[in-house]
Design a protein around this ligand. Structure first.
Ligand SMILES: Cc1cc2nc3c(=O)[nH]c(=O)nc-3n(C[C@H](O)[C@H](O)[C@H](O)COP(=O)(O)OP(=O)(O)OC[C@H]3O[C@@H](n4cnc5c(N)ncnc54)[C@H](O)[C@@H]3O)c2cc1C
Length: 311
């Protein structure tokens, strides 16, 4: 079988892109290196903008409220321990959720649009002959990289930033409908510790720094004690131990020979100021699908499509 698209990576960008293409009758397959149950290292903070974008493309967010997740009304900023600002988003609500639940929901939506999904398929090379791609024995006319911030060659991408995140089961004195952010330095907004609810008595805690910081692990350990565990009532335990991961601040589309088309973290679509990338992953996937279909359906050149989409 020759698919229209092979999509490499079944994270947010990959599943939304496949959903959008599948919706319009394209035959897609997603190749995902991990197993179905694996949890991505992430905060799991899905902004109201991201939720709105999903609704716009026909993905209802209501069922996500029925799994173990939390609606979040706004965010609180602290400078060190001092409370600075409480920002309500005018009734717009975001979501705290475990990434495996969120990703599974999006992959299910793609499957409902006849997208095939293969797990345990790590892509390390792409072959092309007579205009057909052959990836791990699957064939397609086009290939889209949606493999996230980690380099395909597993080389260190110095331009990326790194965050650490873990999930803690605990009852806390912190308000459980708010994103809590602690900034370390008045003048540096590019490093912060967070804690927010992603389920009943379940919290995502983590730290992010835009710039290389060899003390990040130590900062995480100190911050989790000082800002989060000091507010815990009774016992607590890690559901998922803290792990470090890259964030997508570097566009990998021009690395290597065939990596021309990419979305999400792979294409550097991530907020440079706070590291949030879920909304950008959805946006870039939708944009890519629309671009491709304009290009294919109406026999337009790339330049013409770019101009049309600008207006
Ligand atoms: C610690 C941390 C906390 C974060 N917190 C937030 C947050 O609270 N809110 C927010 O908006 N953003 C957050 N982000 C950013 C967010 O996680 C990313 O922007 C988002 O996941 C990007 O989606 P994606 O689909 O591009 O990549 P990913 O979600 O990383 O998906 C890529 C997929 O590709 C697969 N893959 C990778 N390589 C291959 C390969 N070679 N072959 C096959 N499959 C492959 C991976 O297994 C993965 O499933 C955080 C990031 C980090 C690291």
């Amino acid at each position: 079988m020759i698919y229209d698209y092979i999509i490499i990576g079944g994270g947010i960008a990959g599943s939304v892109c496949a959903y959008e293409l599948g919706k319009r009758g394209q035959q897609c397959i997603i190749l995902e290196k991990n197993s179905q149950q694996s949890e991505k290292v992430c905060g799991g903070g899905v902004s109201y903008k991201a939720l709105k974008k999903l609704q716009e493309i026909g993905i209802s967010v209501e069922p996500l409220l029925e799994v173990d997740s939390k609606l979040i009304k706004g965010h609180v900023i602290y400078k060190n321990k001092t409370y600075i600002e409480n920002i309500y988003n005018g009734g717009k609500r975001s979501l705290g959720i475990q990434r495996n639940l969120f990703d599974k929901y999006l992959l299910d939506k793609a499957e409902q649009k006849n997208v095939h999904i293969k797990y345990g398929e790590k892509v390390t090379c792409v072959c092309k002959r007579d205009n057909i791609y052959n990836i791990n024995g699957f064939f397609a006319k086009e290939v889209v990289w949606a493999s996230g911030a980690r380099s395909v060659q597993d080389k260190l991408l110095r331009e990326q930033s790194i965050g650490i995140s873990g999930q803690i089961c605990a009852k806390s004195n912190l308000a459980d409908d708010i994103f809590h952010y602690w900034y370390f330095d008045e003048h540096n907004v590019e490093k912060y510790f967070w804690a927010f609810p992603i389920g009943d008595n379940l919290w995502n805690v983590g730290i992010w720094s835009r710039n290389y910081d060899k003390e990040l692990k130590r900062s995480y350990n100190e911050s989790v004690n000082e800002y989060f565990l000091s507010k815990v009532i009774g016992n607590w335990e890690y559901l998922r131990k803290p792990k470090a991961e890259f964030l997508g601040h570097y566009d990998q589309r021009n690395d290597g020979l065939y990596m021309k088309e990419g979305i999400g973290d792979f294409a550097g679509c991530c907020n440079p100021v706070n590291g949030g990338g879920i909304h950008y992953a959805i946006k870039s996937a939708v944009k890519y699908a629309i671009f491709q279909l304009e290009l294919n359906n109406k026999y337009r050149t790339r330049e013409q499509v770019r101009r049309i989409l600008k207006h």
